[in-house]
Design a protein around this ligand. Structure first.
Ligand code: THU
Length: 165
């Protein structure tokens, strides 16, 4: 498992990373630019901590989101859950990659709640790219960010539950 910080400007590194995670370099660059651009859509007057997220669907569409805060602080929602909420309500169920961008360095990683939220919809091998303010990044698979995770397959299939009166 590698957690070293890589540069998105280094094309040789990008092509290696893309090979490892079965992505095209154009998809990687779109994940980077779209997650970075999504930061501008954040509503974060309380923390001033902008987070952008871009997810790549199985049919190569990008769905973007940003954090949306609330005067009642715990009600605020992270960028990852906004993006996945959009994607799922638009009918997407399978995803190839997730990208998260912040204005800090080293890059921030998805919070615990978002890791679990992502776990519902992504395979454990799904790459999660974490970009810093300069486009440097760390990439890890979901199973590295959320080991020994609990997921939908642990529950009995919905149709197998007895009807409740
Ligand atoms: N935040 C995200 O959007 N994603 C994360 O995974 C970590 C935190 C947001 C929530 C809040 O709006 C701000 O960052 C500061 O915590």
């Amino acid at each position: 498992m590698s957690t070293s910080i890589l540069s998105s400007a280094d094309e040789a590194t990008i092509s290696k990373v893309c090979e490892t995670y079965s992505l095209k370099p154009t998809q990687f660059h779109a994940l980077h630019s779209r997650s970075a651009a999504a930061k501008a859509t954040a509503y974060c007057p309380y923390s001033r901590f902008r987070v952008g997220c871009s997810i790549l669907t199985e049919n190569d569409q990008h769905i973007d989101g940003a954090n949306v805060e609330n005067a009642a602080y715990p009600v605020g929602t992270c960028a990852e859950r906004v993006a996945f909420g959009k994607a799922v309500t638009e009918g997407h169920r399978k995803f190839k990659a997730v990208a998260v961008a912040t204005d800090i360095s080293p890059p921030a990683s998805p919070c615990g709640m978002c890791r679990q939220f992502i776990r519902e919809f992504c395979e454990l091998q799904t790459p999660i790219f974490m970009f810093d303010k300069d486009g440097n990044f760390v990439v890890m698979r979901l199973e590295q960010l959320l080991p020994l995770s609990f997921g939908p397959e642990a529950l009995p299939p919905p149709g197998s539950l007895p009807a409740r009166g």
